[in-house]
Ligand binder design. Structure first.
Ligand SMILES: [Zn+2]
Length: 99
């Protein structure tokens, strides 16, 4: 499954040759380093930048969880609704009106 972290690309200027290095947020988060295709320099993400990326990913994961919970809640509510309607129909007084 392709996630936001895989798709979100960032261009970071290489500290060596100043060419842009393209990296996904996933690369930055898991590998913590990306290699410049221009000069071969390795760019390492450390310190507050790394923890900010971690926080940003955490926020997205939390939002995803909330969406999942909301979906589950909606499914449960729809199921309850159907059951309530079935029950109401079963219990309802039914009269056939003769003409
Ligand atoms: Zn470079």
């Amino acid at each position: 499954m392709s996630t936001l972290e895989d798709k979100e690309k960032r261009s970071i200027p290489c500290p060596g040759c100043h060419k842009p290095i393209n990296a996904t947020v996933y690369d930055l988060h898991t590998l913590r380093k990306v290699r410049c295709t221009g000069c071969g320099s390795e760019l390492e993400i450390t310190g507050s930048g790394a923890s900010e990326i971690r926080h940003a990913i955490g926020d997205v994961e939390q939002a995803r969880k909330k969406v999942e919970e909301a979906e589950k809640y909606t499914q449960r509510a729809e199921k309850d609704f159907k059951e309530a309607v079935d029950e109401a129909i079963a219990k309802a007084d039914r009269h056939i009106k003769m003409k």
